[in-house]
Design a protein around this ligand. Structure first.
Ligand code: ZN
Length: 59
């Protein structure tokens, strides 16, 4: 039987991965990071869909 799990992850603050929380654009030093607008943090939310089905070897 196939089984689907949906999970919603509410908005939360995360360290910006583009600038690693520094707020400076790594590709243009001296400019604010465009992903977090120079704050070093971003608001993240996600919807995750996980599908599970039986794994039967040798079939
Ligand atoms: Zn950033």
């Amino acid at each position: 039987m196939e089984h689907t799990v949906r999970k919603h992850i509410e908005e939360h603050l995360c360290i910006c991965r583009r600038c690693n929380g520094t707020g400076v654009d790594p590709e243009h030093p001296g400019s604010p990071c465009p992903q977090c607008d120079g704050s070093g943090r971003v608001v993240v939310s996600s919807d995750v869909v996980t599908n599970c089905r039986p794994y039967v070897p040798n079939k």
